[in-house]
Design a protein. Structure first.
Length: 318
């Protein structure tokens, strides 16, 4: 039997190189024990690169567990754009003002007052949604979720392909800061949907399967994507989200979320959504917020993965 996958061989090599390099560096600096990565073509849903863990044979980290497809992990602030997307559908715009001041949102189930802080512990006063999203500022993001409602966001998230939000009643305002677990493959595909103007494709990893005689058993064929975000209704705001996920670099969280560009053999520019997850056993938010910095950018993905592994300048955590 012959199985042909959707993996881009060169991209896969760079992805493995990036994971190996940064897993080692982050273990030395932060006692990080594992890492995973997935890259998805937003125009087809094809998986172009996937690394399920830093070392399949390392039993101490459960290396044979594929974090990308099997794991459920908190996405941190990389979930913020989706909360703002719901806000845009409700009529808010990137120019809407939100107040970045310490705010008590009421008591949680544990009886403690919920009062989120920004990563730098500062207060900026009135800020636009554009500024809040570009700077990944926590307090305005929580206020956006408060205005649109966690249940409403979860309903949209299910349309976008998330399958882990099973009980809407258990999620509070920390949802916007990554308080609910997601699968990396679904999170990357949701970003691919943003990059593809609100059209979602099912992810696929197999191009073709042939039997021992060369007969085709199964072959991938491109299907029509599903529109899951109304582009025409709030076109300007949707375009802002696309530009943000394509060009900005200011998301802080447990997942490095990227939308990058690659040039294929036909010289056609493709948008590729990439998620890089890293496990940190020791994380003290009161001591160092910035070490979790991650970004969103658009440029040639092979160069990104290569430079990410060889050159610290690219999305430096400082």
């Amino acid at each position: 039997m012959k199985v042909i996958t959707t993996l881009d061989w060169e991209m896969q090599q760079h992805a493995e190189e990036a994971i190996e390099y940064f897993a080692k560096k982050n273990q030395e600096k932060y006692n990080a024990t594992n890492a995973a990565l997935i890259a998805i073509d937003s125009k087809t849903g094809q998986i172009l690169a996937m690394v399920g863990s830093k070392d399949y044979f390392d039993k101490t980290i459960d290396g044979n567990f594929n974090v990308v497809t099997q794991g459920k992990r908190q996405p941190g602030s990389s979930f913020k754009p989706f909360v703002y997307a719901v806000g845009f559908e409700k009529g808010y715009t990137d120019k809407t003002t939100l107040w970045d001041v310490n705010t008590k949102f009421g008591r949680e189930a544990n009886g403690k007052e919920y009062e989120p802080k920004d990563y730098d512990l500062k207060e900026r006063g009135p800020v636009s949604i554009r500024t809040a999203l570009q700077g990944s500022i926590n307090i305005p993001a929580v206020k956006m979720l408060y205005l649109v409602g966690p249940r409403n966001v979860i309903d949209h998230a299910k349309k976008w392909g998330y399958t882990t939000f099973n009980n809407p009643d258990q999620y509070g305002l920390s949802l916007v800061l990554g308080g609910a677990e997601v699968r990396l493959i679904e999170h990357a595909n949701a970003y691919a949907m943003l990059a593809n103007n609100g059209i979602k494709y099912k992810t696929s990893s197999i191009l073709k399967i042939e039997d021992s005689k060369g007969k085709t058993i199964k072959e991938w064929k491109k299907q029509d994507g599903e529109r899951v975000m109304d582009e025409s209704k709030r076109r300007r705001q949707h375009e802002f989200l696309i530009r943000f996920t394509a060009n900005e670099a200011a998301i802080h969280g447990f997942v490095r979320m990227l939308v990058v560009r690659r040039e294929d053999v036909r010289d056609v520019m493709q948008d590729v959504a990439v998620v890089l997850w890293e496990k940190f056993d020791e994380f003290d938010t009161t001591r160092d917020f910035r070490k979790w910095a991650c970004g969103v950018a658009r440029f040639e993905v092979l160069a990104y993965l290569r430079d990410r592994a060889r050159d610290r300048h690219v999305f430096d955590e400082s």
